[in-house]
Design a protein around this ligand. Structure first.
Ligand SMILES: [Zn+2]
Ligand SMILES: [Zn+2]
Length: 242
């Protein structure tokens, strides 16, 4: 399985040469290539290559993940998988959309794909994707927490790719009794240690990671890993063979 990060930036104004484009992920195996998320500030190569992908999966309707929330985009003809909530939220719609339900496994050629509901936004309900091929990965670019039991979601996972909005600053918000926002990398590292996920890659980087000194960042990640897991920060256009 090969993964690539066309973009690794969250919904922030700041950017750097390593984090220029809105977060998305390419997953390849045998003859199947899946792209997850297509935000407003997409890597320009994506639109050139878009019809080479077999599928586009969308996590939620925030514009850094789903361009159709705010813009018409009719050059994308591949099937776009999304929840009914995401489809209904957007001002525009992809030409070739397929509505999926969380908790159900879909066979997409060489992959088995399942969406899991996550706590993140009240108005734009989000999902994380579990993709099973020769390896099992979970992509959760915007997450405060999983709604499901984490043992069930993460118990058999080789690699978690997750939200870098904050390393250790509280970004949890509250509306009545409902929480929303983003969890912290230090918390995600704790999930990996607890549920036996050996590899963690951070994407959807927020201001803290994008503006932090690289050595200071390395030290922080080392501290969170406690020698038990491997934590890396993804950069735009990075390719990783699993
Ligand atoms: Zn986002
Ligand atoms: Zn979001």
């Amino acid at each position: 399985m090969i993964i690539e990060f066309p973009g690794t930036k969250g919904e922030i104004e700041e950017s750097s040469s390593s984090h220029k484009y809105h977060s998305s992920l390419i997953v390849k195996e045998k003859t199947t290539t899946v792209l997850i998320d297509f935000g407003v500030k997409y890597n320009p190569r994506l639109i050139r290559e878009i019809n080479d992908f077999n599928y586009l999966l969308i996590t939620h309707a925030h514009p850094d993940h789903y361009i159709w929330t705010v813009e018409e985009e009719n050059r994308i003809n591949i099937p776009v998988y999304l929840t009914i909530e995401t489809l209904n939220y957007g001002k525009y719609k992809p030409g070739n959309y397929r509505v999926i339900k969380s908790g159900i496994e879909y066979i997409l050629n060489d992959f088995r794909v399942r969406a899991f509901d996550v706590i993140h936004s009240l108005r734009c309900p989000a999902v994380a994707y579990k993709i099973k091929g020769s390896r099992t990965i979970v992509y959760a670019p915007d997450i405060l927490d999983f709604k499901d039991d984490k043992e069930m979601v993460l118990g058999d996972v080789d690699l978690l790719i997750a939200d870098g909005s904050s390393l250790n600053i509280n970004m949890v918000r509250r509306s009545g009794d409902k929480l929303f926002g983003h969890t912290r990398v230090v918390t995600i590292a704790g999930w990996c240690k607890k549920y036996g996920v050996k590899e963690l890659i951070i994407t959807h980087c927020g201001k803290q990671i994008v503006t932090m000194d690289e050595n200071e960042l390395k030290e922080k990640l080392k501290e969170y890993a406690e020698g038990k897991i491997n934590i890396r920060v993804a950069h735009d256009d990075r390719v990783i063979e699993l």
